[in-house]
Design a protein around this ligand. Structure first.
Ligand code: PXP
Length: 258
């Protein structure tokens, strides 16, 4: 299953992080979502964390009400989040592991080890009309576990690949990239729709975007940071350009490709 157009989901969590640094209403993540739509985003992603450190319940309500683009609701598999997702009925629900003390989502979900805990959550979300995605490591056993859970979509964690690139560990990055490529191909062969995300920036997105089985990338932190310098719309358009260039095979030879 090879996807033609690679969709870009823009994660707006860190617009809310900046707002919450001072309390109040500004900057408004819902306004960022509207701007992202104008800039060519195909979807909006928002993670309602247990500790509400960025996105709030009210943000999710407004996004559900106002947004024309599909909403990808990132959530931990808890009773509280399930109840919110069932009410909000987002287009997609991406189940992520969540630890209170982590700075960001550090690893993939253990879809295999947590089968019995995840199964009723996946089923309830799917029966409520949301397309369920599992955020996992690029690991064959996790892909097989997603199939046995009945999730139609997986999102492969690209955080380690990006960290290795940023640290200049090109050998490590090559190994990790090969793992992601292999997992994308295997996932697609199992009939899964395969997405990827975490930590992607202009210089790392090309190596991932070029993987033909990927249907969607979800990108947030870098875009919000880059918006400080060039504006959110320009940052999203440039990310879109990097993705399209990689897909067309016209990008510069990716440094870490191997
Ligand atoms: N995908 C998932 C499942 C995530 O949890 C996150 C971070 O919230 C992202 C993508 C986006 O990662 P980043 O903000 O590093 O681009």
């Amino acid at each position: 299953m090879t996807s033609q157009r690679l969709r870009l989901g823009v994660n707006i969590d860190h617009v809310a992080t900046i707002r919450n640094a001072r309390g109040g209403r500004f900057p408004d993540p819902v306004r960022a979502a509207h701007l992202a739509a104008q800039a060519g985003a195909d979807g909006i992603t928002a993670h309602l964390r247990e500790d509400r450190r960025h996105i709030s319940d009210a943000d999710i309500e407004r996004l559900s009400r106002e947004l024309d683009l599909p909403l990808n609701f990132e959530m931990a598999a808890t009773e509280e989040m399930l109840a919110i997702a069932l009410k909000a009925r987002p287009h997609a629900a991406c189940i992520v592991p969540e630890k209170r003390e982590e700075r960001t989502t550090e690893g993939g979900l253990d879809a295999r080890g947590q089968h019995n805990h995840l199964k009723p959550v996946v089923t309830a979300l799917a029966e409520n009309g949301s397309r369920v995605s599992l955020f996992i490591e690029a690991d064959e056993r996790q892909l097989e576990a997603a199939v046995s859970l009945g999730a139609p979509v997986v999102e492969l964690h690209t955080g380690r690949y990006c960290d290795l690139r940023n640290d200049g560990d090109m050998d490590g990055a090559r190994t990790e990239l090969a793992r992601i490529r292999k997992a994308a191909a295997y996932g697609a062969s199992l009939g899964l729709e395969v997405h990827a995300g975490h930590g992607l920036a202009f210089d790392t997105v090309g190596d991932i975007a070029v993987i033909p089985e990927l249907a969607e990338l979800n990108i947030g932190h870098f875009l919000v940071g880059e918006a400080i310098f060039i504006g959110l719309e320009a940052a999203i358009r440039e990310m879109r350009r990097c993705m399209d260039e990689a897909r067309r095979g016209t990008a510069r030879a990716p440094e870490a490709a191997g």
